[in-house]
Design a protein around this ligand. Structure first.
Ligand SMILES: [Zn+2]
Length: 235
């Protein structure tokens, strides 16, 4: 029997696992205990569950190399103040069709290879890969204090077979994506640096990048002492 590793804990449990050998696909149905309290996402107060929203299907990490999907019916709360609300899902972001685990897998891959390769390996359209990156960055930002990492990695990704590029900024120590910009020009990296004061930018100790003139120019323009801080990665 396939035991999916979902990190599922009460009140959630796996109700049913359907393995389709022919389609090389696993569908996992998640349910919850009957009597649960649901938190209103607006005011954080708990109330008895009201009903369920429509079923959500999330792409999850493969099980034995089979595409795996998680089915959940998200509980809703009827808050006396805020009305009927769907709770924030712990499986995947509202509006996303991937679990958090699958999304971070896509992001780790994107740090190692082109978006084209991510798309091929994950069976995604590149728009979806791109959305996952953008969401991860947005989520990271909402959690993150305003801080420029002391060791930064800058990377260009080729999209749509080299017709388009994006710039990614990483925190080399935290391993997180800090910023995604839809171009690889000087302006795209400058837009990242400009979020920080000169004093904050002075705290940057190293910027690792490919030998790409626009990134070099942007870094020299915004990072004090950049000449000694830029580290070129071997391609
Ligand atoms: Zn409320």
């Amino acid at each position: 029997m396939i035991k999916p590793s979902l990190g599922i804990h009460l009140p959630w449990f796996v109700k049913e696992v359907v393995v389709n050998d022919k389609e090389q696909r696993v569908d996992i149905y998640i349910d919850h205990e009957r009597e649960i309290q649901v938190r209103c996402p607006e005011c954080d107060r708990f109330y008895a569950m009201y009903d369920h929203g429509p079923e959500r299907v999330y792409r999850h990490l493969d099980t034995c190399q089979m595409s795996t999907f998680i089915h959940v019916r998200p509980p809703r709360v009827n808050c006396p103040t805020h009305g009927v609300k769907q709770i924030d899902s712990e499986f995947g972001e509202n509006g996303s069709d991937m679990t958090y685990a699958f999304e971070s897998y896509v992001i780790r891959l994107a740090q190692e290879c082109s978006i084209e390769a991510v798309k091929r390996l994950c069976g995604l359209s590149w728009e979806r890969g791109w959305n996952a990156l953008e969401r991860a960055v947005t989520r990271g930002r909402s959690r993150k204090v305003h801080r420029i990492p002391s060791r930064i990695g800058v990377d260009e990704k080729s999209i749509a077979k080299g017709h388009r590029y994006e710039s990614l900024v990483y925190d080399l120590d935290g391993g997180t994506v800090e910023y995604v910009c839809d171009d690889r020009g000087q302006e795209s990296l400058e837009s990242y640096y400009r979020q920080f004061s000169e004093e904050e930018r002075a705290g940057v100790k190293a910027v690792a990048m490919d030998m790409w003139d626009p990134y070099i120019a942007a870094t020299k323009a915004h990072i004090p002492g950049a000449e000694k801080k830029i580290v070129f990665e071997s391609c």
